[in-house]
Write a protein that binds this ligand. Structure first.
Ligand code: SF4
Length: 349
């Protein structure tokens, strides 16, 4: 699979971050489960990844793969009946699962998919900004108002002093998402978790928001965890990518490496479904079936029912991650990973 015709990444991921030091965020063997009357759902089932200062790490997968539960776990926002059952979420070296999430509440901010849900409709945007500035930076009165104006201007909202007095319904979708980002920045975060921040927006506005995040990352030296189902967006934004499927990370690699040399059949299928990669006279390939609900321990490859490479061994044991290249930190959880492209799997062969 070639990346030769892919656009240069000059956006968010253009700022590769400091990978030599300790990670800003280190998630290790995280397990977040939901206990219901009928079953236990292993929504996040033993995932590990790091985010270093100033870099953008992608978490990509279909709906139901565990992306948003991962985001909520990192923020300490998992609602009942969900619970973090095992693992560590270390931020600046402190395990938030043990120490509690309050101490770093303002250091990690989140931008959700739908700005209409993120903003409180009965308060002006200015009120919501000033409240965040009061809680996280101790600002009030004139100082809070002035900084709120600066934040709206920083996210590209024109006529900021007037717009402070407006309610969320007076903002367009793109402007509302800019306001949400401004409120996130009011926390003065080191890490911004972006959970499908452009999915609810049209393509033009999506590009503007991605540009805005790139600018802010450069100016503020922000680390970004970018969560999306869209491989095209991940290619534009991330320095490194984690591919998540049914609660497990099935492949991780630097972005260019992942797009050029995917090792996991699920990653390959996601790449093949990017619009523009298929000749115009051919139908866009889709991955048949749905992500299974992980309602039991992983005793097989969870992708097996949808995998064209599947063989009997895939259904009798969960594949361990295989380090394909330690030099670039590329690993994939597939029994054929690292087989130099001579895979001959598939039960029909
Ligand atoms: S382990 Fe088997 S089923 Fe799973 S991705 Fe690899 S080939 Fe497919």
């Amino acid at each position: 699979m070639s990346r030769a015709d892919a656009p240069d990444r000059t956006e968010i991921g253009a700022h590769p971050g400091d990978r030599d030091g300790e990670p800003l965020l280190s998630v290790s063997d995280l397990r977040t489960v939901f206990h219901t009357e009928r079953e236990t759902i292993h929504a996040v089932d033993g995932i590990s990844f790091d985010v270093h200062a100033g870099e953008t790490v992608g978490l990509v997968g279909e709906s139901g793969s565990g992306k948003s539960v991962t985001a909520r776990s990192i923020l300490g926002l998992v609602d009942e009946p969900g619970v973090i059952e095992e693992g560590a979420i270390r931020f600046k070296g402190e395990n938030l699962v043990e120490a509690g999430f309050e101490a770093h509440r303002g250091d990690i901010a989140i931008v959700f998919q739908d700005p209409a849900n993120a903003l409180n409709p009965v308060y002006t945007v200015g009120n919501q900004l000033r409240e965040a500035l009061s809680i996280h930076q101790g600002l009030s009165g004139k100082a809070a108002t002035e900084h709120a104006i600066e934040l709206l201007e920083a996210v590209g909202i024109p006529d900021a002093p007037r717009r402070l007095g407006e309610y969320p319904h007076q903002f367009s979708g793109g402007m509302a998402q800019r306001a949400v980002i401004a409120i996130a920045l009011a926390c003065d975060p080191d890490l911004l978790v972006c959970d499908e921040p452009t999915t609810a927006l049209d393509v033009t506005i999506q590009a503007q928001i991605l540009d805005l995040l790139a600018d802010l990352q450069r100016e503020e030296d922000l680390a970004i965890l970018f969560i999306t189902h869209d491989m095209g967006v991940i290619e534009e934004t991330a320095d490194r990518v984690n591919v998540i499927y049914a609660g497990e990370i099935v492949e991780r690699a630097p972005t260019q490496r992942l797009f050029a040399e995917p090792e996991h059949p699920y990653t390959e299928a996601l790449l093949e479904s990017i619009p523009g990669r298929t000749p115009p006279d051919q139908r866009l390939p889709a991955i048949e079936g749905e992500v299974p609900t992980p309602n039991g321990p992983a005793d097989a490859c969870r992708f097996a029912p949808r995998c064209p490479m599947a063989v009997e061994a895939c259904r009798t044991a969960a594949p361990d991650p295989v380090e394909v290249s330690a030099a670039v930190d590329h690993a994939a959880a597939c029994i054929f990973a690292g087989d130099d492209g001579d895979q001959t799997g598939g039960d029909d062969e």
